[in-house]
Design a protein around this ligand. Structure first.
Ligand SMILES: [Zn+2]
Length: 226
């Protein structure tokens, strides 16, 4: 290994399973995807990234945007958090990780599109529907999930089967995140100038299917073959 990055030390026999999983995955990456794109990695590392698309997705381990969109390094600038929530713009000082990431994508990287991707069986959505009051008031997840209040208010009051309510809130959460994106002045400005597009999407884990939202906020399946 070059530069000043030390080779990792051998830890003998007591490597925990999760760590050997990481190492064996890394070995496969080195022999496969990295080997195929070695020059690309070198170029991207030296020259910087220039992604056209920002993805905002759930942190859920089953919905990796790079896998779903077969994206290569440098193609998707990605923000992931619980329930793919974009908080509304706040004109105040403070530490806002999501807002900073969006700002960097729009003002520095000048991405052409921001895609918010919701998904089936979202634990964050389920947590909200089961009652955030059951969570400790001081928990980070409770305050974060409360941001779904605005999405929940979009739904009709009609009594629904839990699985229907879950799906509807998963959709509404995506639409609310798109609306919240427009509360950021630099996003609204770039959209108005025709320099930035916003798109809602949704991934069905069980069926491996992708949906896009239309302008009216209805979700439609994308053809799964060329
Ligand atoms: Zn989720």
């Amino acid at each position: 290994m070059s530069d000043n990055i030390p080779e990792s030390t051998q830890e003998g026999e007591n490597v925990p399973g999760w760590k050997s999983d990481l190492i064996s995955g890394y070995h496969k990456f080195r022999a496969g995807a990295y080997k195929q794109r070695k020059d690309e990695y070198a170029r991207l590392g030296a020259d910087g990234q220039n992604p056209k698309i920002m993805m905002i997705a759930c942190a859920d381990s089953r919905v990796n945007p790079a896998s779903i969109f077969n994206a290569h390094p440098g193609e998707l600038f990605t923000l992931r958090n619980v329930a793919n929530i974009v908080p509304p713009y706040e004109d105040q000082t403070g530490v806002h990780g999501a807002s900073a990431t969006i700002e960097y994508a729009v003002l520095s990287l000048k991405v052409e599109a921001i895609v918010v991707m919701g998904h089936e069986s979202c634990g964050g959505i389920e947590c909200y529907l089961k009652g955030i009051d059951k969570l400790d008031d001081t928990s980070f997840i409770g305050d974060w999930i409360k941001l779904l209040d605005a999405a929940h208010a979009r739904l009709s009051d009609a009594h629904k089967h839990p699985s229907v309510a879950q799906r509807e809130l998963e959709y509404a959460g995506v639409l609310q995140s798109l609306d919240n994106l427009m509360t950021f002045p630099f996003v609204a400005k770039a959209v108005a100038a025709g320099e930035l597009s916003l798109l809602g999407s949704y991934f069905s884990i069980i069926r491996g299917k992708l949906l896009f939202a239309d302008k009216a906020g209805k979700f439609h399946e994308v053809s799964s073959t060329a």
